[in-house]
Design a protein around this ligand. Sequence first.
Ligand code: NDP
Length: 335
Amino acid sequence: LFQDRKLGIALVGLGSYSTNQLAPALQKTQHCRLAGIVTGTPSKAEAWKQKYNIPDKNIYNYQNFDRIADNPDIDVVYVVLPNNMHTEYVIRAARAGKHVICEKPLAITVKECQDMIDACKKANRQLAVGYRLHYEPFTLEMMRLGQQKVFGAVKFVEASDGFKAGDPNQWRLKKAMAGGGPLMDVGIYAVNGVRYVTGEEPISVTAQFGPKTNPQKFKEVEETMFWQFELPSGAVSNSTTSYSAGVERLYAAAENGWFELRPAFGYGPLKGNTSKGPIEQPIVTHQAVHMDGVCKTLLDGQKLPDHITGEEGLRDVRLLQAIYRAAETGRKIDL
Ligand code: NDP
């Protein structure tokens, strides 16, 4: 039966997210399966081959990756590399004729995002961004409550995401690889959250860098960042992101009540509350519903919904860049 077909996914970059989240999730998916891997580390190739029963012909490194074009087992390439490598591998995957899922942030600059979108368009392939929350039930409920004005118009959003970054040598602290600090890594969830709760695009931003309490560790990137958006309806938002302390909250105050997720952005289980009582939703594996959602659409031959495309990834990167500009200049930036 055609609908029993699973798309073959190849994961590119077998780091923490691929190993601990995506590969296990791919054991639970209905519309896709782990078909191949791309890694620069031969010992990982060997371990994954054993553990997930991946044939040698579906194992690539960064040099021979382009030969994936000739491999009918691979329908989708999922780029899970450090941020500065997303653009190159998305473009190479598109040129190889594959659909692509790319992790967040889509890229470091708007230009790179646009190049990736253009390459996929040119190859007539679809580009999805790794926004797992866009298929997650608590998040979908927050979108409904806000966008359908269930508690009246949203007036104020508090959206913050931060954690304590351990290893001082990780790529996340290197500007060239990460593009910035916690804003690029997890602040993006708060930016995206403001947009999906209000259903609006910010019209201006102000922002402030927090102090560096550990100047050595945060030599290249910010340690903490605060920012505020104004939205067309008159709603406003306030956000914090940090690599020094944990915060994870999406709170919306509307005309007739409030609703929130806390935690709001991690792997779950997420928890929600409103002024009328708790939000009740099923607990799911975010990565499984995300990959299944994307792959079901591809299998059906449909266009991906706008909110999960490369364009959606670009919108957030553009806002991240505006936040940095606002903090650097101390000025309100019109968007
Ligand atoms: P890791 O550092 O754990 O893994 C990155 C992997 O990329 C490495 O293990 C390595 O795999 C490969 N790689 C290739 N070149 C380099 C290099 N020069 N330096 C470091 N790694 C390299 O990162 P994560 O898995 O945590 O993050 C990867 C991407 O996924 C990021 O864009 C991140 O933002 C995103 N992410 C998204 C999450 C989500 O919830 N959506 C959660 C976590 C991360 P190999 O040895 O196989 O070559």
